[in-house]
Design a binder for this molecule. Structure first.
Ligand SMILES: Nc1ncnc2c1ncn2[C@@H]1O[C@H](COP(=O)(O)OP(=O)(O)O)[C@@H](O)[C@H]1O
Ligand SMILES: [Mg+2]
Length: 309
């Protein structure tokens, strides 16, 4: 699943190269041991391949974010493969449980074909377990390969449908980035990981939010809004179109800008510029407004490309 991690010789699921063994000794790339300070305790998952967690049989590690491991697993009752998100054992504390409950409560309220649906949330043998349908890969994995404009527009539209829907339900995602976009069969794209999402109020106070490099400037200052999600989504779409990430201080034109000319209609270029303005007032207000502008730019681009063929 695009992950470099696998199952090592002891049958343990996890990163051998950079994991810690049971004694808290870091294994470097050659498998040589290096002593670490005591505060860096276990960072490898305790769960092993083929281990059972309730009705689930673990098969491998798909990925891990800041707080959790995501495993591929078989639901032995339903007979389908799923993705299980389980917080890192060593890190289960009030903050992590807060984020997990937050993810459950927000995701459970959302019902949209482009949002990763929660199948189940429960506590099994002392593990907090979130169950999601299993996707093929993340958008990060997909971005390792070239992407055509047609595919980029297809993915962008689906991600924007998800964002527009979440915003219409007053949910601010706060962590829009390619790791949190999961691809399924038949080019279905689903936005996931509502772990730090928030219910919108007038101003949102940040709490351990976002990921540097994907975050709008004002969100880095601790004030995420729907306009911050618009910014992060703009960065992803720009990256899909050009193969390059705009970077701080986000001065237009961004690197790779020349590649857009001749490939997309100027309206699409204006769309990208407006979505990623440093001044949030100049951006689209929310996902709904951004989606509308995108659809116009997409139609213009399709006409433009048809004429050029
Ligand atoms: N349903 C899924 N199907 C396939 N891979 C997934 C799925 N959910 C998550 N992943 C992989 O696991 C990674 C971490 O999942 P995520 O929900 O973003 O957890 P975190 O909150 O720890 O960031 C993702 O970036 C993705 O690579
Ligand atoms: Mg994530």
């Amino acid at each position: 699943m695009g992950s470099k991690r696998g199952v090592d010789s002891k049958g343990e699921v996890g990163s051998k190269r950079h994991g810690l063994n049971r004694n808290g000794v870091l294994l470097n790339g050659n498998g040589k041991a290096k002593r670490q300070k005591a505060e860096i305790t276990v960072t490898r998952p305790r769960l092993r391949a083929r281990q059972r967690v309730g009705k689930y049989r673990l098969e491998g590690l798909l990925g891990s974010g800041g707080f959790s491991y995501v495993y591929r697993a078989m639901d032995t009752i339903e007979g389908v493969r799923v993705a299980l998100k389980i917080p890192h054992d060593a890190l289960v504390n009030d903050d992590v449980l807060h984020d997990f409950r937050n993810e459950v409560r927000i995701t459970a309220r959302l019902d949209h074909p482009n949002i990763l649906p929660l199948k189940d949330a429960s506590i099994i043998d002392g593990h907090f377990v979130l169950t999601y349908p299993l996707g093929e890969k993340s958008l990060t994995d997909r971005m390792q390969k070239r992407m055509s404009i047609v595919t980029a527009m297809d993915y962008a539209e689906q991600m924007l449908e998800a964002l527009a829907y979440a915003h219409a339900h007053r949910i601010v995602h706060c962590d829009v980035k390619p790791d949190n976009v999961i691809l399924f069969k038949d080019h279905r794209v689903r936005l996931g990981d509502f772990g730090i999402a928030k219910v919108a109020q007038k101003t949102l106070k940040g709490r351990g939010t976002g990921t540097i490099g994907h975050m709008a400037p004002e969100q880095a200052m601790g004030k995420p809004t729907m306009r911050s999600d618009v910014f992060s989504m703009g960065l992803i779409i720009y990256r899909m179109f050009t193969g390059q990430w705009p970077e701080w201080p986000y001065e237009w034109p961004y690197p790779g800008h020349q590649r857009l000319r001749g490939k997309v209609h100027p309206e699409m270029i204006r769309f990208l510029q407006r979505a990623t303005m440093v001044s949030q007032r100049k951006r689209y207000r929310d996902g709904e407004q951004m989606l509308e502008a995108f659809l116009r730019a997409r139609r213009a681009t399709e006409r433009y490309r048809a004429r050029r063929l």
